[in-house]
Design a protein around this ligand. Structure first.
Ligand code: FAD
Length: 393
């Protein structure tokens, strides 16, 4: 009987396990997760601190699907030649094929030890204790996690400061036109936003800025990015470079070993990237299942990401090159859509922000156009008179 082992019981690993069964895989599927709780969705962690964990599947679903779910166990070693993994309780499990879906963990820069971070349900419960009316919350990092937490903390009545080293929020991947909407809303909601401001040291209750200023808080949370969990792959000799390097079929450099989700580094239109996105983790999990069953298709889904802050939803399809021109499509007031074409004139990225689902329909169309690698004049795309859907015909 064929045996497939999946390391990491997060969004991607769980999706892969069920997709294997949905596709009729009859061998053994072992899903190993270091966390002790049933696999849950991470996106709500920064958005809704009151809600209980949103489980990806119920316990009985795993049993019904014949998935051997082993929680609270960490894979500590991988032998890529002998086709074996070793768990932290000493157990050794053999596999015919392995999927590494180990995700990522919150980054902490030296000098920030002692700050809270957010990656897991346990982290969220620690943070939630501090999000009470009047509490002074310092957030290091004006990226998605920091800003979603800022919105959540404000909703809980806390006084919030966000400290960002770059000149603007969301500077890593999001166009300035969209980031300025986000900035405006946080400022309007009373968040103190310090951009172009370096943090040289931080602990549980104090942040020291580059100019020596010391800011006191009731809690300090660092949202300064994530580090892929690649140690077992690296020690096993797999090619690792900002994630576990995979080919278009999610294969690593080792025979019979695949990687997917936040831990992997994959090519997107000739550029190597590592994504941190719920939908990509799901899509790659499903794709991994197909290749584990012998499929040879390339993974080519358009990257897609969303963020909720206050009543605003931001959606991004494709990948922006922030060094190249970006075009703004005029939309109804309160929403903003931007698009970008690559050097060959093909639509390569789009983002929209607005209340609730206000830009969702347009973004879905733009995502399809990106998927089709449609060549299009940006001046046409941004014309408010254009019905975007017409381009799909
Ligand atoms: P993970 O979900 O990180 O799962 C990996 C699992 O593997 C973990 O449980 C880990 O403990 C386990 N593991 C690691 N190493 C081992 C080992 N050696 N042995 C056993 N188990 C191991 N994306 C969006 O698109 N939109 C959002 O709004 C959004 N919000 C987010 C909010 C928060 C707070 C966070 C943290 C993420 C958010 N994301 C969002 C990103 C999204 O949740 C991730 O991209 C997705 O969870 C990645 O899934 P994954 O399975 O690759 O990794």
């Amino acid at each position: 009987m064929q045996s497939i082992v999946i390391v990491g019981a997060g969004e991607c690993g769980v999706r892969a396990a069920f997709a294997l069964r949905e596709a009729g895989f009859e061998g053994s599927v072992t899903l190993i997760g270091a966390e002790t709780v049933l696999p849950y969705e991470r996106p709500p962690l920064s958005k809704d601190i009151q809600a209980p964990p949103k489980l990806i599947r119920s316990l009985s679903d795993y049993a019904d699907a014949g998935i051997d779910l082993r929680l609270g166990l960490r894979v500590v070693a991988l032998d890529a030649v002998a086709h074996q993994v070793q768990l932290d309780d000493g157990t050794v499990i053999s596999f015919d094929q392995l999927l590494l879906a180990t995700g990522a963990r919150a980054r902490l820069f030296p000098g920030m030890e002692g700050c809270l971070t957010l990656r897991s349900d346990a982290d969220m419960r620690r943070i939630a204790q501090h999000l009470i009316p009047g509490a002074r919350i310092g957030i290091i990092g004006g990226g998605f996690i920091g800003l979603e937490l800022a919105a959540t903390a404000r909703a809980a009545g806390a006084e919030v400061s966000v400290i960002e080293a770059a000149p603007r929020l969301l500077g890593r991947a999001i166009p300035a036109e969209i980031a300025s909407v986000v900035h405006g809303l946080h400022a309007q909601k009373g968040v103190r936003l310090l951009t172009s401001t370096d943090v040289v040291q931080a602990n549980a209750t104090q942040i020291t800025l580059g100019d020596g200023t010391e800011l006191d808080f009731d809690a300090v949370i660092a949202g300064v990015g994530a580090v892929p969990n690649t140690e077992i792959a690296q020690e096993a000799g797999l090619h690792v470079e900002n994630g576990i390097v995979v080919d278009a079929g999610l294969r690593t450099s080792a025979r019979d070993i695949f990687a997917a989700g936040d831990c992997c580094n994959i090519d997107w239109r000739a550029t190597r990237m590592r994504f941190e996105s719920w939908k990509i983790a799901q899509d790659q999990g499903a794709h991994a299942a197909a290749v584990l069953m012998g499929g040879d298709a390339s993974y080519a889904k358009v990257p897609w990401f969303w963020s909720d802050q206050y009543d605003l939803t931001l959606q991004v399809a494709g990948v922006f090159d922030l060094t190249r021109p970006i075009h703004r499509r005029e939309t109804q007031s309160g929403t903003c859509i931007v698009v970008q074409c690559d050097r060959d004139g093909r639509l390569s990225a789009a983002a929209g922000i607005g209340p609730g689902n206000a830009t969702a329909k347009d973004l879905r169309v733009l995502e399809k156009l990106i998927e089709r690698e449609m060549s299009v004049d940006p001046a046409v795309l941004v014309d408010p008179a254009l019905n975007l859907k017409a381009l799909l015909k």
